[in-house]
Write a protein that binds this ligand. Structure first.
Ligand SMILES: Nc1ncnc2c1ncn2[C@@H]1O[C@H](COP(=O)(O)OP(=O)(O)OP(=O)(O)O)[C@@H](O)[C@H]1O
Length: 195
């Protein structure tokens, strides 16, 4: 689905990673490891094609991808329904009923029409995570998707990711926490590659 070859990135005169090569294949659940400032978000943005310059190496993407960034892409003045409608605009598979179902799956039933600025941090994140139920993209790149999510929400998100890879998708994600469930997670070390 994705091939990274000889990726190297320096910031402020400091090398974050270099000579990083790996392939992401169907069925893989991959956690990018690293301390604060190690370069996880930077790598994910490179993989997503959002950083086109300033790094060395090459990324080949062979599958459509869904990228959820570190900050939820949720417009404060729009409701959850409106935010998701904006994200799936033009995708025939995901109409109003699918959006409401996705919001219910992430625990936002009853909050569909509340302006997003009136939601809590975790609810805000959940609006973003609802996109995991509104995507046909096989490759998911998720930057700290568990941030601000409660215990039940984390379990649901883990199950969603596992179901996606079981169905032949792939998920690459950053997190400072190991997954709680018993899942087959591969580790991507910025210094050593895919372990
Ligand atoms: N636009 C930028 N310009 C200059 N330096 C940057 C920029 N973005 C990030 N950096 C630096 O690059 C380094 C890696 O940042 P990055 O956000 O990728 O780390 P991270 O591993 O995701 O960290 P965290 O776990 O804290 O989220 C940091 O030292 C950061 O200061």
């Amino acid at each position: 689905m994705l091939s990274a070859q000889q990726l190297a990135l320096s910031r402020g005169g400091r090398e974050l990673f270099g000579g990083l090569s790996f392939d992401i294949c169907p069925g893989q659940l991959v956690q990018i490891e690293g301390a604060n400032g190690a370069g996880k978000t930077s790598l994910l943005r490179i993989l997503a094609g959002l950083s086109r310059y300033g790094f060395e190496g090459r990324v080949e993407r062979h599958a459509p991808l869904l990228y959820l960034g570190h900050q939820p892409a949720v417009k404060a003045m729009l409701t959850p329904r409106e935010n998701l409608a904006w994200h799936v605009a033009g995708e025939a598979d995901f109409g109003a009923a699918a959006i409401d179902a996705a919001l219910a799956r992430v625990g936002l039933y009853g909050y569909e029409d509340v302006p997003s600025h009136a939601l809590s941090a975790g609810q805000h994140r959940r609006v973003s995570l609802a996109r995991l139920y509104l995507s046909n993209s096989p490759l998911w790149l998720l930057d700290e998707p568990f941030t601000a999510i409660d215990v039940d929400g984390v379990a649901a998100l883990e199950e969603r990711k596992a179901a996606h890879v079981a169905a032949g998708g792939a998920v690459v994600f950053t997190s400072h926490q190991p997954m709680r469930g018993n899942y087959n997670v591969r580790r991507l070390c910025l210094r050593r590659g895919l372990l």
